[in-house]
Write a new protein. Sequence first.
Length: 127
Amino acid sequence: MPVRAAGPVQGTPKVLANGPDLVAVEVTVEPGEQVFPGHYPGFPIFPGVCVVEYVHLGALATAPAPGLRLEAIESTRFLSPVFPGDQLVVELDWQRKGDSWRCKATAGTGRGRAAAVRLRFAEGSAQ
């Protein structure tokens, strides 16, 4: 199992589908996530940066080419809150753009869409 860098989340996305028509991962937002005690006491909400990190980890798990690395977070839009115990499902759409890969993703819970995220990846090692 590969060693992962430290990050704001504790779970690992599970790949649901990785085919030409659908790429999707899911992860349960565990109530024990280390971010909840301070965000917000008495009314825990999963921080947006943590949703983006799960999108990033899901993208890496379904990458269309080996050795991709995150180059930029192009855009994020948070649409509804994510709470402890939610099942977060991320659908990803990969597109090759010149020397880069773009990943458009939608993250949602049982209540509907929670976030839309666009990431850009590069091949090879950092310059």
